[in-house]
Design a protein around this ligand. Structure first.
Ligand SMILES: [Zn+2]
Length: 370
């Protein structure tokens, strides 16, 4: 396997206030561990350039991009406040451009076949940033920018995007909510009592995009068995029907059992299993084209090891064990609720059993809003 890692030392220059979980050490410790274990010798290291403003404005308003640039330029070594957990320093704008450029570089290398797969280790993260709003440690939606860049310039058509971060990707969801070219699925901690208060099971897209957004909220305590149950019993069959040209993962490791920001219980083996599932799907459907982009993940002791496990799996040198633990009743109930919500949509007529083929003609995938 030819696996790439995107990284740039300048990713360490963006800072939030002191003791903020989204800190440069997240990447610093990861790179140190990769160097110590020799993993950097087994992958292709990609040093990206910044995204063009034109790439950002396919997702964000010009006013938003200019706002972040302006607030950043006024920093003069001090922090200014966007919201209660998102700040801007003098370097934020340039580093945020470099983060979006990093995911673009990963996407281009995979799309052109220069790499089999790639993990973009970028910061700041992106999946909470919406057209007009920086929030939740995010300024520009790196992965959404990459997808729209490849669609505009490289002939990419359909993308399956999966988000395993503990938080629902409210920014990304909004961007693609009426877009049937992106099948956007997320499993995350129940947003009734967890940031960002979006990502409910009945949020399934609208207009032509109805049925192409899938949210699978799970309570704290959910872990590997629940994540893999969702993927095996729901995701796999639907992605096969969708037939993407590329698979992207918004890879946030704050769903890890040792991450204090959520109550989810995913283990390193769980991330490896999910990575392996998406590699297999990509091999079957789109020539192995798989791009991972870093979102959350804040335990500085475990995060480097988790990143190492994910990367080793991408390289094909780590074989995950079967998922440990039992599937929770709440997960089975949520599966049933999701199925019922989608039955009301014309877009995903249920096969008699999950996993059975019910190939749809192209026209069947176009939704007629009720
Ligand atoms: Zn998160």
């Amino acid at each position: 396997m030819k696996t790439g890692i995107v990284y740039h030392d300048d990713y360490l220059k963006h800072r939030q206030v002191e003791h903020h979980p989204e800190c440069p050490e997240r990447l610093e410790t990861t790179l140190e561990y990769f160097l110590k274990t020799g993993l950097t010798d087994q992958v292709e290291m990609i040093n990206p350039g910044p995204a063009a403003v034109e790439a950002l404005t396919r997702v964000h308003s010009k006013e938003h991009v200019e706002y972040i640039r302006c607030r950043s330029s006024q920093g003069k070594g001090k922090f200014s406040v966007i919201d209660s957990d998102t700040y801007i320093c003098s370097e934020t704008y340039d580093v945020a451009l470099l983060a979006a450029g990093g995911v673009i570089a990963a996407g281009e290398a995979v799309w052109k076949g220069e790499l089999d797969n790639c993990f973009a280790l970028v910061r700041p993260p992106g999946h909470h940033a919406s057209m007009n709003q920086a929030t939740g440690f995010c300024y520009f939606d790196n992965t959404a920018v990459m997808i729209k860049h490849l669609q505009a310039n490289q002939g990419l058509k359909k993308v399956f995007l999966f988000d395993w971060d503990a938080h629902a990707p409210n920014g990304t969801m909004g961007t693609f909510y009426s877009d049937p070219s992106v099948l956007n699925m997320s499993i995350h901690q129940d947003p009734r009592s967890f940031y960002p208060g979006h990502g409910f099971v009945d949020q399934i897209g609208e207009g032509a995009g109805k049925g192409y957004t899938i949210n699978f909220p799970v309570p704290g305590g959910s872990g590997d068995a629940d994540f893999i149950h969702f993927i095996d019993e729901f995701v796999m069959a639907r992605v096969k029907k969708f037939k993407p040209d590329m698979i992207a993962v918004s890879a946030g490791q704050d769903s890890h059992r040792d991450d204090l920001i959520s109550q989810l219980q995913v283990t390193d083996n769980g991330y490896a299993l999910m990575t392996r599932r998406f590699m297999e799907l990509a091999d079957e459907l789109c020539g192995g084209k798989l791009v991972l982009a870093l979102e959350g993940g804040y335990n500085l002791k475990t995060l480097p090891i988790t990143h190492h496990t994910i990367t080793s799996t991408l390289l094909g040198v780590n074989d995950p064990e079967p998922a440990g633990g039992e599937v929770l009743d709440s997960t089975r109930q949520m599966m049933s609720e999701l199925r019922n919500k989608l039955k009301a949509s014309t877009i995903w007529p249920e096969a008699p059993e999950y996993g059975e083929s019910a190939d749809l003609e192209e026209g069947d995938r176009r939704c007629t809003p009720p």
